[in-house]
Design a protein around this ligand. Structure first.
Ligand SMILES: [Zn+2]
Length: 342
């Protein structure tokens, strides 16, 4: 990335109300068949336009073509029954209705590659594509076949790697793997979580990122955060493993969180997407608040490695709130650019 302090979002943005019910996770589509396909592409166009209006430097698809960041990918694999769902507790925190693994997993066809080609055609800016990480996938379904989280994670890693290679070929500049589960299951991260994530990234030449957060701004996550005390030190458990990995970029939650910012020192060899926008509140950050978060991060990360970003995806927010937050992110970044004359 030539431009310093390139801005982006973690990935998801609100969908238009004519496509899916707003401010809701796993919101059902309002269109069907060809109309749904066309509607998703129109939403992608709008999302791109809104990100460009806000002045973001790295463009995402806003996850306009997927119902959910994990289950949509899983539903495209064979060996998964997504009609007869089961309710499980995910991230040890909240119940969700999820697909069931009933047979051997395989990726018979691409999942997002056509969407990525479509986005690539519409912009010359760098594009970032988010995929779920293997551990987070394992934690977002019911497994009735492998009966081993680790075994299943290796299978998912293989399927993710196939998809990632095709996304790279379609012109995606950064492939990001979302691993919120890394903040919960530390032992598994060190046993097999990081190894399976690296398998998912194998032989990629484009940049790779991992996003680890404290979740969307939904009640179960907000309640969980209240139990974490004044200092959230979860990152400390997994950063040494990340530092030793091949991952290029780490996307983190910072603003309004209990994360001690100096933990960034543990990933000194990585680029850091610093979350300067809180996705768990409708209150819009001021540009000065964003600038403050970036200033604090700059004490621990070199300027060429700092990527201003949001704490997490913004799918459950209203479109107005999300757009205002994107504007705050770019305005706050501009304050720092002016300060440092870059
Ligand atoms: Zn997140």
């Amino acid at each position: 990335m030539k431009k310093l302090l390139p801005t982006s979002t973690v990935g998801s943005l609100p969908k238009p109300a004519w496509l899916a019910t707003p401010e809701k996770l796993w919101s059902p589509w309002k269109l069907e068949g060809d109309k749904l396909l066309e509607g998703k592409q129109d939403a992608l166009r709008i999302s791109l336009h809104e990100q460009q209006l806000a002045g973001l430097d790295i463009i995402c698809d806003g996850e306009q073509t997927r119902q959910h960041f994990v289950t949509t990918f899983i539903e495209h694999l064979s060996g998964v029954d997504f009609e007869n769902r089961k309710t499980v507790k995910i991230r040890d925190r909240y119940d969700a209705s999820v697909p069931i693994v009933v047979d051997e997993i395989s990726r018979r066809k691409s999942v997002f590659v056509e969407d990525a080609k479509f986005l690539r055609k519409q912009t010359n800016k760098p594009i970032k594509w988010a995929l779920p990480g293997p551990m987070t996938m394992v934690d977002t379904l019911y497994d009735n076949h492998y009966k081993s989280r680790e075994k299943l994670a290796w299978e998912f890693a293989k399927a993710l790697n196939e998809e990632a290679k095709e996304l790279q070929k379609a012109g995606v500049d950064i492939i990001q793997f979302d691993e919120p589960a890394f903040n919960v299951f530390f032992e598994e991260v060190n046993d097999w979580g990081m190894a399976t994530l690296e398998r998912a990234m194998e032989d990629l030449n484009c940049e790779t990122a991992v996003h680890i957060c404290y979740g969307y701004g939904i009640k179960a996550n907000n309640d969980w955060k209240k139990t974490l005390g004044s200092e959230w030190r979860q990152y400390e458990e997994i950063f040494p493993e990340i530092q030793n990995s091949n991952i290029d970029i780490v996307s983190l939650e910072c603003h309004n969180s209990g994360v001690p910012i100096d933990l960034i020192e543990l990933i000194s060899e990585k680029k850091v997407m610093v979350g300067a926008i809180d996705v768990a509140t409708n209150k819009i950050e001021t540009p000065e608040e964003v600038a403050n978060t970036l200033r604090k991060a700059l004490e621990f990360v070199a300027i060429e490695n700092l990527y201003p970003c949001t704490n997490c995806g913004m799918a459950p927010l209203s479109r107005k709130v999300a757009q205002d937050k994107l504007n705050a992110l770019t305005a706050g970044t501009e304050i720092i650019r002016k300060e440092l004359s870059i």
